[in-house]
Design a protein around this ligand. Structure first.
Ligand code: PAF
Length: 294
């Protein structure tokens, strides 16, 4: 009888200590490998996998981090209830071909206490920053530490968190960090709903309503290109969202794609972005799209 080899399930290597990670990444770098970093807070979905796939295309080794960062959650926000399932995350990363998972403890990331030590500056105080004060200081702080622990050549972030992407780009320049930042397009369901770990908070009925967010962004982009009056555009969009059950609508904004300053009129020469944040039931959803030329 031929011997049947038992199938051993390969499990992605997970490290919790920065020193262990540094040793592995150092060895890869010594071998001339290009290191890609995908920072996450876990609760992985196809949007995160798009980041891993993109990283795998342009890098030799892909490190994913899993850390639910306390300094980017405000009081009363969902830090404690944020979805956590490391086993499932590991299985998805294994399938996607990531090389290592860095899942540090809070003490490893914040040996001197959980306070943000970097400021995201002006970019961190507008839009999301108005409703989540200190949020981007926490993001800038943790991403800078993840960069220092991981020492990647390139880091990949979703455009779904568009303001976060701009904050990180700016922080990287300001701190003179030699990491290339790559934004990866938002992954959406067939109905247009952007994938998000926080979609888990939606009931079935809310999930059916949630695609209105993307439809509203598209409508706003169209009205903007058509030259409609900006206050009227924003009022119409807010009304459309409230009509289906969103509320409060924290903001709908049409902004310069780099500075995030509000725009009043369309110009083919100024890349623009439409951003929205609104609550639906227990979930606070954010989304954005690029304004494309007619
Ligand atoms: O986008 C996220 O998941 C987080 O904000 C990040 C970039 C991993 C920092 O905690």
């Amino acid at each position: 009888m031929p011997k049947i080899k038992p199938k051993i399930k390969k499990v992605i290597k997970t490290v919790r200590a920065a020193s262990e990670l540094a040793a592995q990444v150092g060895a890869w770098r010594d071998d001339g490998k290009k290191i890609g970093l995908v920072p996450t807070m876990g609760a992985l979905h196809a949007g995160h996998m798009a980041l891993v796939h993109r990283a795998k295309k342009v890098c030799d080794k892909v490190c994913v981090t899993l850390f639910v960062n306390p300094t980017q959650f405000g009081e009363g926000e969902d830090f404690n209830s944020y979805p956590r399932d490391e086993e499932k995350d590991c299985a998805m990363l294994q399938d996607a071909g990531a090389d290592i998972l860095y899942a540090p403890t809070v003490a490893e990331m914040y040996p001197n206490g959980t306070t943000a030590t970097l400021s995201a500056g002006k970019l961190g105080n507008i839009l999301e920053g108005t409703f989540r004060p200190g949020h981007f200081d926490g993001v800038a702080t943790v991403v800078e530490r993840l960069f220092s622990h991981t020492n990647p050549h390139v880091a990949f972030f979703g455009e779904k968190d568009y303001q976060q992407l701009q904050v990180i780009k700016q922080m990287t320049i300001k701190q003179k960090i030699g990491v290339e930042i790559v934004g990866v397009p938002t992954v959406r369901g067939d109905d247009g709903l952007a994938l998000s770990s926080r979609n888990e908070y939606l009931t079935a009925a809310e999930l059916a309503l949630a695609p209105t967010l993307h439809q509203t962004l598209q409508a706003v982009a169209g009205w903007f290109v058509d030259g409609e009056d900006m206050p009227a555009i924003l009022a119409r969009a807010t009304e459309a969202l409230e009509k289906v059950g969103f509320g409060p609508v924290d903001y709908v904004a049409v902004v310069d794609a780099t500075t995030l300053e509000p725009l009043k009129t369309y110009s083919a020469h100024v890349p623009a972005r439409v951003l929205v944040a609104a609550k639906l039931g227990r979930a606070r959803l954010i989304d954005n799209i690029a304004v494309t030329a007619p």
